[in-house]
Design a protein around this ligand. Structure first.
Ligand SMILES: NC(=O)c1ccc[n+]([C@@H]2O[C@H](COP(=O)([O-])OP(=O)(O)OC[C@H]3O[C@@H](n4cnc5c(N)ncnc54)[C@H](O)[C@@H]3O)[C@@H](O)[C@H]2O)c1
Length: 369
């Protein structure tokens, strides 16, 4: 039995279909969401032999015009990856009545989605997320894109080029999480915590009460979590698809996270960076009087119960982090625009000073000795 969550978007409505074994049904369900009969499969290399093969078999040889494997590494999430997909689409003979299907995590979905948004000015796209993070977050809301190299630095700016392009369907098969490393599962839980903080405190209670089951990938607990967390993302993106208002709330923790995620020595997953970023934002909110110390401590404790980091693994010069934040597209003018938690939800503040940001970073630095 599958659960269906309807999402409205400027490109038309689509459904998030959640169900165990869904991967094996792709070939049957796809005609109901797209008229395309030829597909480019864009598959995360890590799941090509497993979940990718199941999707390929379900679609059948006649419909798969080509398959491209993506190496899911942030340093490779750049325009060259999209160009490679354009070239593969051309070589496979894809035209405007063809479609792209992605099978993988958020990185694969972002790159494949951007290729779909731009190939021949836009072709149909179906997302099959295989990480928890992609299931509850990255695959919903139509954001696609790649990182850009920051001028005169060896850094990448996260998702600085991209497009809004809604999928025709998001197919979520929790069984794909069986192969997901626990570290990646935890990273997905960080985004679920984010959804709880900004919009659904009941979701936080659910995560807290099922923490050990969720970390072990218990399918029943995951099936309980998925619709609840997806609902938050759906509600926010439906209210503000183009991020002119409340969608910014989804950036809770992300402006901090984007400064640390590209630092290779830190070796942080996206979700781990978001976990530390949410802590920094929480400490920042305490400093400006929006959040109680006890609320921040409770958030840190919840993240720790999920095995997520709440401080950086090593010290990083704070000035360099503040500088990196300035390249984030969520920064405007001299003052920083940050999403900060309150006891009940979260708010967007346009007036956060450099000193407050600096102080927040100092709270997530490891204690010396
Ligand atoms: N578009 C959006 O709205 C949005 C939202 C959040 C994050 N993102 C983006 O998503 C990316 C993070 O997504 P992610 O956490 O899914 O990371 P990811 O796509 O990099 O995948 C994480 C790791 O898990 C592996 N993997 C994926 N599925 C697997 C499976 N079932 N079994 C075994 N290994 C598997 C991948 O190969 C990779 O090593 C970032 O690039 C981030 O910018 C986009």
């Amino acid at each position: 039995m599958s659960q269906r969550i309807a999402v409205l978007s400027e490109h038309g409505p689509y459904e998030v279909v959640i169900g165990c074994g869904g991967l094996r049904t792709v070939g049957d369900v796809i005609p109901s969401v797209t008229a395309a009969d030829r597909f480019l499969l864009v598959v995360d290399q890590a799941v090509a032999a497993t979940h990718g093969a199941v999707v390929q078999a379900s679609l059948g040889q006649d419909r798969v015009a080509g398959t491209v494997e993506i190496i899911a590494e942030e340093r490779l999430k750049q325009m060259q990856a999209v160009e490679m997909l354009w070239d593969s689409a051309l070589a496979a003979g894809l035209d405007r009545s063809s479609a792209i299907i992605s099978v993988g995590g958020g990185l694969t979905g972002d790159v494949a989605g951007f290729a779909a948004a731009t190939y021949m000015r836009g072709i149909d796209y179906v997302q099959i997320p295989t990480t928890l993070l992609a299931m509850v977050d990255a695959s919903i809301g139509g954001k696609t894109g790649v990182n850009l190299a920051i001028p005169k630095s060896d850094r990448l700016g996260k998702n600085l080029a991209g497009a809004f392009w809604a999928p025709k369907m998001v197919l979520v098969d929790p069984e794909t999480l069986e192969t997901l490393p626990v570290r990646e599962l935890r990273s997905g839980l960080a985004e679920c915590v984010k959804h709880g903080v900004i919009a659904d405190h009941g979701l936080l209670e659910l995560i807290s009460s099922r923490a050990s089951l969720l970390v072990s990938g218990d399918v029943d607990a995951v099936l309980e979590l998925l619709p609840r967390s997806i609902d938050v993302k759906r509600d926010v993106v439906q209210a503000d698809e183009r991020e002119r208002g409340c969608r910014m709330l989804l950036n809770f923790g992300h402006t901090f996270a984007h400064a640390i995620e590209p630092i290779e020595e830190l070796d942080l997953t996206h979700g781990e960076a978001v976990s530390i970023g949410m802590c920094a934002a929480a400490w920042c909110a305490c400093r400006v009087g929006l959040y109680a110390q006890s609320d921040a401590e409770a958030l840190v404790a919840l993240l720790e119960s999920l095995g997520l980091p709440t401080v950086l693994p090593q010290t990083v010069p704070i000035d360099s982090l503040c500088l990196a934040m300035r390249y984030d597209k969520k920064v405007s003018g001299d003052r920083m625009r940050l999403v900060l938690p309150t006891h009940d939800a979260a708010v967007v503040r346009d007036d956060v000073s450099q000193q407050d940001v600096h102080a927040a970073w100092s709270r997530v630095m490891p204690v010396a000795g």
